[in-house]
Design a protein around this ligand. Structure first.
Ligand code: NAD
Length: 495
């Protein structure tokens, strides 16, 4: 790991790509417009980026469709496609520090998280998915002896991926790797708040040998480039990660256009249950990491914490001690655990929710609203609010910031009822040393992922995604490939 001084020096010499990447070329938006990319830790301009809209989308989709039909990628021998994606993984590995730095500068995530978590996951995602290309087989259905029914997975065509800003490279990779592995042409619209790393990735895809037009990046706003992609009749699949509000809009757009398949990884308000038979210190450290790492800008953050009343006092002491380790600071310092919020809007959202929580009767036990100094970055601080209940707005709504709501429970049934009392269902964590309880509660939690005596752990081999208003699809694992392939049945009469 490089030192603080080294990261600072690198950040000064870092150059940025600000143009759209269409059909293998970097180019300005057709309308000539740009938007500003600001470093949230300093409020300084990093660069201006092409602001794509309908005209760029039309060009990119038409190219992507033509390239798909040409078969240059979609019908390439699987082994060759695998080797190109493996080369891409290796190029990402070679440039991992630069890519890590781009995300840190662009959206404020701590450089140590980028280097230790995001980048290894990105590389693993491309490697693992590439390896799957020539290992996934089709099926022969058990029909009668006079017919042969072949079931195969076919690429779908043009895939549009719309991604958020909180894990810019990682969220994009979870979609790009399987969409490309399956043989599709892909158009990525990154968040307007963090487009820089994937524009650099575009260069690496060319170097790896991905044919022109197969991978495209269209930076731009949601209501322009994003909506144009979602409404396009030649986009066959839309893969989205972002808020529940926009996820709902995308379903509407799909219905109003060509009924494209829409895969949604949306928001969350995940619960963590602390039972009195757990390791209190470990649980408290995990609870703090869950809500304060990445400044709380984490979809699976356990922002609702329910602790059994018998250990509440002991747990709160351990929790406050653990929270003390999360001081907001310069994300380029490898010792920093919490960087700035992505922008002033997000910082003010956090402020508003802390104020509303207190107005509704919540008791501030750690942190609170942080003073803002113009030009010094959009920082919030780790905040814990006790005496919360499920009726309060800050407990029901996703804040997407470092604000933890704490309530207590007496029985297991009560804990489950409180945990499931949410429109979201992304993740859930529970801490207990009772194996039967761990299984019993996990089964009944309404969420796509459950962590027992841990939080946030994953692996490329396991699916990631939620239920209820948290979405429908799954990223990662072989299940992710299902999003980007059609099942085709060919029935042959041989009798
Ligand atoms: P967002 O919904 O505001 O934006 C996500 C993307 O959608 C951006 O690229 C944006 O430009 C685009 N967009 C916005 N309006 C659009 C429109 N009308 N049509 C088409 N595209 C549009 O979300 P965000 O603020 O970037 O990200 C934070 C959200 O993402 C949180 O809710 C978080 O929980 C969620 N998230 C979910 C997961 C998951 O795996 N479930 C992972 C990370 C983040």
């Amino acid at each position: 790991m490089k030192s603080y001084t080294e990261w600072q020096a690198l950040s000064k010499s870092q150059t940025f790509h600000g143009q759209a990447y269409i059909n293998g070329e970097f180019q300005a938006a057709q309308n000539g417009e740009t938007f500003a990319c600001i470093n949230p830790a300093t409020e300084q301009l990093l660069t201006n980026v092409a602001s794509c809209d309908q005209a760029d989308v039309d060009i990119a989709v038409a190219n992507a469709k033509t390239v798909f039909k040409s078969g240059v990628w979609s019908q390439m021998h699987p082994k060759k496609r695998k080797n190109i994606l493996l080369k891409l993984a290796s190029l990402i590995d070679q440039h991992k520090d630069e890519l890590a730095l781009l995300d840190t500068l662009d959206m404020g995530k701590s450089i140590s998280e980028m280097v230790n978590i995001d980048m290894p996951d990105v590389i693993d995602c491309f490697q693992w998915t590439a390896e799957s290309i020539d290992k996934v087989y089709g099926e022969i259905a058990p029909t009668g002896t006079d017919t042969l029914a072949l079931i195969s997975h076919e690429p779908v065509g043009v895939v549009a991926c719309i991604t958020p800003w909180n894990y810019p490279m990682l969220m994009a990779s979870w979609k790009l790797a399987p969409a490309l592995a399956a043989g599709n042409s892909v158009i990525l619209k990154p968040s307007e708040k963090s487009p820089l790393s994937v524009l650099r990735l575009a260069e690496l895809t060319k170097e790896a040998g991905i044919p022109d037009g197969v991978f495209n990046v269209l930076p731009g706003f949601g209501h322009t480039a994003g909506k144009a992609l979602a409404m396009h009749n030649d986009v066959n699949v839309l893969a989205f990660t972002g808020s529940t509000r926009v996820a709902a809009l995308l379903m509407e757009y799909a219905g109003k256009s060509n009924m494209k398949r829409v895969w949604l990884e949306a928001g969350g308000k995940s619960p963590m249950l602390i039972f009195d038979d757990c390791d209190v210190k470990k649980a408290a450290a995990s609870a703090a990491a869950s809500i304060f790492s990445n400044q709380g800008e984490v979809c699976i953050a356990c922002s609702r914490l329910y602790v059994q009343d018998t250990i509440k006092a002991e747990f709160m002491t351990a929790l406050v001690e653990a929270a003390g380790k999360y001081q907001a600071g310069d994300p380029l310092d490898p010792n920093t655990k919490m960087g700035p919020m992505v922008d002033a809007v997000q910082m003010n959202t956090v402020k508003r929710f802390i104020e509303s929580a207190q107005a509704e009767g919540g008791e501030l036990v750690f942190g609170g609203v942080k003073d803002y100094q113009e030009g010094q970055g959009y920082f919030s601080q780790a905040t814990i609010i006790d005496k919360a209940n499920n009726e309060m707005e800050f407990v029901r709504e996703e804040i997407f910031g470092p604000v933890l709501a704490v309530s207590e429970f007496t029985t297991e049934e009560e804990a489950l009822a409180l945990a499931n009392d949410s429109k979201y269902g992304l993740g859930a964590a529970l801490w207990t040393d009772n194996l039967s309880r761990a299984h019993r509660v996990s089964r009944q939690l309404e969420s796509g992922m459950v962590w027992v005596n841990t939080w946030g752990e994953g692996d490329t081999t396991v699916p990631f995604g939620g239920v209820k208003a948290s979405g429908n699809g799954r990223d990662k694992s072989l299940h992710a490939l299902e999003k980007y392939t059609e099942l085709k049945n060919v029935m042959i009469r041989i009798g």
